[in-house]
Design a protein around this ligand. Structure first.
Ligand code: PLP
Length: 373
């Protein structure tokens, strides 16, 4: 791991998490199908819920990008839940109000049961977040947010939170560690839904937490052991295989996302485009300060109604109408077709996750689908 940490991200995704070099040794880590391991002297993980070599390989590879030490989980939500589970009873969390609907629902349920108290903020409004911070135990920042594509001024907010002794976790799913590195900015935790860009092929559900502080790492590792939300070895192996091409996939997807965002913003049937990579986007200046790329997800609102947006999403032939994001396949959907979506997200907003197909084919599909209302 120490060697791969020196590498640039495009090399680290390929080189990190490989087995030791031995004659006839494996180039790739194997899928460790073991629930138990020889444990003659209480050395090692011992049991499949505590660790295995396939997890270690993926965790090491993600750490080579994010920094810290990484724990793999059975889903992004399992990773987020593990963080909330180690908080004291009644802890106050400050969190993005327009974040991923699953996180929003979980926070609401934890609040209803009295487990935690949440102050919801517009993460792109730095003054609002700073005002909410005193008395907060955890600042949970999703940035860019799903699906509003708002960007938090991470360096400023993380520094302010640390001054107040407040823990900081960043949901790094949309950006990935190739575009922003929360731990380097001082955050305690960088979380990924590995399901998305890291695994990258829409065939795995997994999550990860990269953690800077060893004591916090141990607390959350214990939480994983006891909560039992562990990843399967096969999924872990697939995620690592996907990670190998993350840099090249993301480069293509981001390039196409900017091109599509630019063309969509000039389309007569599109009233608003949200993509932090667009120079005209209200979050572009903030994002430019610390992001090296702007991701491959964008959202746009059409001039028509929610029903029109559904028609558009049903009319594509190359782009699939499906939820999720970060895969090689371009997907879109009207977010409000899911009842859990936040009321602050417009009814006619379409989220587009840009894959690696030819951008001209994608544009032809979008243009033709927009003609269906
Ligand atoms: C930003 C973000 N965070 C967390 C999650 C949850 O991840 P998972 O579906 O892997 O549990 C998602 C899922 O869409 C997401 O978009």
């Amino acid at each position: 791991m120490s060697e791969t940490k020196k590498l640039r991200p495009a090399s680290a995704v390929v080189a990190a998490g490989r087995p030791e070099v031995t004659p006839d040794g494996e180039l790739n880590p194997s899928i460790s199908l073991n629930s138990t391991f020889h444990a003659p002297n209480q050395i090692g993980s011992g049991y499949g819920r505590f660790g295995n070599q396939t997890w270690s390989a993926l965790e090491e590879a993600i750490s080579a990008l994010e920094g810290g030490r990484t724990l793999a989980f059975s889903s992004g939500m399992a990773a987020i839940s593990a963080v909330f589970n180690v908080l004291p009873h009644g802890a106050v969390i400050t969190a993005s109000k327009n974040g991923y609907s699953g996180t929003m629902t979980l926070l609401r349920k934890l609040t209803e049961s009295g487990r935690v108290d949440v102050r919801y903020v517009d993460v792109s409004n730095t003054a609002e977040v700073l005002e909410a911070l005193p008395g907060t135990v955890l600042l949970w920042l999703e940035s860019p947010t799903n699906p509003a594509l708002e960007v938090a001024d991470l360096p400023t907010l993380i520094a302010a939170a640390k001054q107040l002794n407040c823990g900081v976790g960043v949901d790094n799913t949309f950006a990935t560690a190739l575009n922003q590195q929360p731990l380097d900015m001082g955050a305690d935790i960088s979380m990924n839904s590995v399901t998305k860009f890291i695994a990258g092929h829409s065939d795995v559900v997994m999550g990860s937490l990269s953690i800077s502080d060893p004591a916090l790492f141990t607390r959350i590792e214990d939480q994983r052991k006891l909560g039992g939300a562990i990843a399967g070895p096969f999924e872990t192996w697939l995620a690592l295989r996907g990670l190998r091409t993350l840099a090249i996939r993301l480069r293509q997807s981001q390039e196409s996302a900017l091109e599509l965002a630019t063309r969509l913003s000039k389309h007569p049937k599109v009233s608003k485009v949200r993509y932090p990579g667009l120079p005209t986007d209200p979050h572009h200046q903030t994002a430019k300060k610390f992001m090296t790329g702007f991701g491959a997800v964008l959202s746009f609102e059409i001039t028509g109604t929610a029903a029109d947006a559904d028609k558009v999403c049903s009319a594509s032939t190359l782009i699939s109408q499906a939820t999720s994001l970060g895969g090689v396949e371009t997907l879109w959907e009207r977010r409000h077709r899911w009842s859990a979506e936040s009321p602050s997200i417009p009814e006619n907003l379409i989220r587009l996750s840009v894959g690696i197909e030819d951008v001209e084919d994608l544009w032809a599909d979008i243009e033709s689908a927009l003609g269906y209302y």
